[in-house]
Every structure is written in C-alpha cells, then in structure tokens.
Design a protein around this ligand. Sequence first.
Ligand code: RNT
Ligand code: ZN
Length: 417
Amino acid sequence: MNEQNIRQAYALAVERYAAIGIDVEMVMQQLQGVQLSLHCWQADDVTGFESAGELTGGIQATGNYPGKARNIDELRADVLKAASLIPGKHRLNLHEIYGDFGGKFVDRDEVEPAHFESWMQWAAEQGMKLDFNSTSFSHPKSGDLSLAHPDEGIRSFWIEHTKRCRAVAEEMGKRQGDPCIMNLWVHDGSKDITVNRMKYRALLKDSLDQVFATEYQHMKDCIESKVFGIGLESYTVGSNDFYIGYAAQNQKIITLDTGHFHPTESVADKVSSMLLYVPELMLHVSRPVRWDSDHVTIMNDETLDLCKEIVRCDALDRVHVGLDYFDASINRIGAYVIGSRATQKCMLQALLEPLHLLRKYEANGQGFERLALLEECKSLPWNAVWDMFCLKNNVPVGESFIAEVQKYEAEVTSKRN
Ligand code: RNT
Ligand code: ZN
C-alpha cells in the first residue's frame, strides 16, 4: 500500500472530523491505550497441554483446518505471529490447562504458580501482560457439575482448583506490575428438567464464597454467566441473574460474553446498568450465530454498539476487552487477526463519534438532527484513520495482512500434522 496515499487520506480525514469537533490525534492515542486480551485458546481449539482428551463442558470447536498448535512452543509462536499483525500492545489470556507441566500429569487441584513460570518469563520478554482462567471443563471430574456439585468430594476438588488458580493469577499480576484479570466460568447445568434449581445455585454461591475468601492485591476476579451449553440445555446454574446478584453484592467484575445471551438481547445495553452496580466489566467479544457458536468476531452492529456504549459511558478505564471465539474451520492465526482488528475498528468508530454534538441535539429535543448525524457518522472516513493507525504501529495496512498469514501458513503451520 502506498504510504503517501495513506498519509494524504489521513490528513483529509483529520480535517473532516475537525469540522464536527473531533480531535483525531487524541482519538489515535486513546485507541493506542485499548489493550485486547487475546484468548490463547483460539490457537488450538481449546485443547491445552494437560491431556489430549475431548473438549467437554457444553462448548464446541467445529472444523478441522490443518495446522493447529500442538505444544507450548507452537502456541507461543502463533500468538506472536498474530500479535505482529494487530496494531498496538496486547495481553494474553491463559487457561489453566495451558500450563507448562513439563510432560507430567498435574491434576487441577495441584496447579501452582510454578507451572506458569515459563509463561511469566516469556510474557515479560515479550512485554505482554497475562490474564488467567480457571478450567472446569474437559476433565473426568467435570461431568455436568463442578463448583455446584452436591458431592462434597467433587465440589471441594473444584474449589481447591479455583483457589489455586487465583494464587497463580496473583503471582502473574505481581510479576507484571499490573493486575491479572482472572475469569471464572463454570459450565454447571442440566440437560433435562431439574427440580433442584435452588440447591445447585446455593452450592455455587457457597463455593464462590470459599474461593473468594482469600483477598489478593495483584489479581482481579471476574465471573461469567451463560444461557446454556450443549448437552446442558434446560438449566444453567451460573445464569445472568445469579452472577449479577453475586457481583453486585460482592463487588466482583462481571464478564459479558457477547454469545451468552438470548439472540435478540442487546449486550451493549447492559454496560450502563451494570457499571452502576459493579466496579468493572470484562468482555468476551465473540460472534454468536444462532447460538453461542463462537464464530470469529467481525465489525457488525453488535460489536459497534458495544464499543459505542463503553465510550458513551466514559468507561474505557473500567472495561477490560477480551476476545472469546474458537473457529477451527479457517486459518487460526488469521482468525485472531480478523477478530482483533474488527474489535479495534469498532472501538475506533466509537471514539470518533461526535458525542458532544449528538448530546446537544438530544438535550434540545432535536430528534431529526440526532438521527441524521448518527447516520452520517457511519460514512465518515474512519477507515483512513484506521489505516494510519496500522501504519503508525508498523503492522500491515488493510488487506495486506492476508499475505502475511498465508506466508506463515506456507512456512510454518502447514508443516504440522
Ligand atoms: C464458554 C465461555 C468461556 C470459554 C472459555 C474457553 O461458553 O465463553 O469463557 O469460552 O473459558
Ligand atoms: Zn466466554
């Protein structure tokens, strides 16, 4: 792409936005500050390094595109490749099953910070901060229930696991000098009608109380609800209502996964309500197609609306932006890049919105003017700003990242089998 054209288009865009009172240079700085938490599990279809068992817990990665990462070195290389095609500095979100277990079987109730020592060193070398997740799925003791299991032996196994994960996250946060955000999602539910809805929820609540009993300085907890999982369609213990109540009462961060609500529900609309009652939000930006299918995030109305709400709530410093999808049917590194860049493009458009003008119209009851400006904003030259953002960050501009992904495929991933 011709650099001079990009600079010229940018200069015109700066003028165009100045006409509606937007300082594009400032917006570029704001976008630079938005760190995405890249989900490590896109690189290998949520397999991890604990065992090669099947993926359970009501989630599914469909497709068998060749070249998935088979070990820790391949996964790190893939993440770095993806990160090199995404403008800005980003974080990496690890799941417990991605520990460096040195070829030994380490059960979930035995995990320690030492199993993430090499990750912490690697991350420090890369200047990449880490986030973390406990892992309740893909384990013989998972079944349909984990933290809500009525069997005390099984429940305490998962309580111990989750407590240990918090200790790992604390160590990560301390070492990186920035809080590690630890997400807690459990698949617990029931395929068919249960007559014990209260019982399992009371158990989950008690488990969470035990898990969160230890106070930490360098990690933050977030809790993620969901509508249903595959094979667990009739009941989800950790529903939206359950976690909203828990988070409001205990001042925990709520994770909003955009695939975890009823298909016509607006996730964007939840931001302002939740931020009045909980300290912060974590996002799992995804693309549900008919269900929580975890398709690759694209620049669609849902993602745009979500980013606009964050900006309109002036909440960039209270919302952590993570990604959560796993598509095994296309090039996995390409999937990282598409979803990350799409999220950034949405955030950019949100930051370029002439809110002061729109709000003036609204205050004056000028509904026509507000709607007209909202419509016009859609076709303002935000893409010229985006190209400049990529150029400044030394990553491929526009579609030229396709060739980079193809090159890596030819040289690296296609050689795996
Ligand atoms: C599952 C949740 C959860 C997982 C990851 C792998 O529906 O979205 O966040 O995707 O923990
Ligand atoms: Zn999620």
